[in-house]
Design a protein. Sequence first.
Length: 455
Amino acid sequence: MSYAHHEVLNPATGEVVETVRATTAAEVGAAVARAATAQQGWAAAAPADRARLLRRFATVVDEHLEELAQLEVREAGHTIGNARWEAGNVRDLLNFAAGGVERLSGRQIPVAGGLDITILEPLGVIGVIAPWNFPMPIAAWGTAPALAAGNAVLLKPAETTPLTALRLAELALEAGLPEHLFQVLPGAGDEAGNALVEHPGVAKIVFTGSTRVGKSIMATCAERVKRVTLELGGKSPNIVFADSDLEAAVAATPMSFLDNSGQDCCARTRILVQRSVYDRFLELLAPAIESVVVGDPADEKTQMGPLISQVQLDRVRSYVTDELKGIRGTAPEGPGFWFPPTVLTGLAPDAPAACDEVFGPVAVVLSFEDEAEAIRLANATEYGLSGSIWTRDLGRAIRVSRAVAAGNLSVNSHSSVRYSTPFGGYKQSGLGRELGPDALTAFTETKNVFISTEA
């Protein structure tokens, strides 16, 4: 049998890092069977033993943190600082999930004539389809709580970024997790991914990626009444009111949409500024954007690296034509997939760059008159994943937070993600929640048992 292979490219140079064989649909089926067998033993293990092994997995990840970070730099083009955080996030999430194993308890419900209890049982085999923009942490978002709840996990990484996932699977075995409990299936979405979604032995799919693909996965899962969690696109607002600490808001703005070269569903790519401070905001923002260090992601001083691929570079370029006004930073020329930090001004709110998820280092600045217009502009999108509100007025912060239709908001900050708090979107940004104190229950089935006490 001949097998397809995928070349993993270094986004900073365009050079081949490694060639990885793609998993076939038949191999996915075999992996599901192996995982189902491994899951039965894992679910039967004492909760304390499962927790101990997950903590050991976290320790082994920590021991290989620099190796994983360097691998992420080469395959994804992430800055080394970000990559170290991502590897550390995998470690921290494994520890957090391990802490929930022995607290995954049901309830006793008062009823007449007996005792009623609920039991949380694992679903079985979970399929996690991870994206290329944050290969390590997002893979762990689904994998760690699913394992902690007693499930087996089949992880399909993106074609462009399979290397850290494959290494994590090796480290899981080194830590002592049962063989076949956590398997990585690199390959194409239209073969390995589809096979995972369609397989009747897979109880749930966790997908992070585009809204278009998420809808297709959801439709396939609906035909099989299969559970699904979707974390999809975003076009998040950064709302700056005149009463805010303007200097602080400006200082935080560049990396709110340039982190990971803008390849972030939570990127604050719609900057909404109150009209009375609009000109001053742009005056302060220009040097902040122009000073962002774009270059070799392995360099400790680099703040922004390349885009992931030529395809993504072409997409970003299609939104930024020469006649558009704005602020432009600088980026390396030559090999690699580079695009400069860009802030566009003078656009209508319904312009493509102001509405579409560009998924690159591009933001637009729009003005608003008052609180009502700020809310209207913030909600004038099909997405609702994240957003920020800058104001000194606590009452306004609460009012606007309640009014903006998004799953994750921050006030005087751009923080969206913590492993200890829930994460997910409104509208076209997704379905369900990941992370947080209830993460494990998303991978369980609730069984109700009534025990009669009547003679």
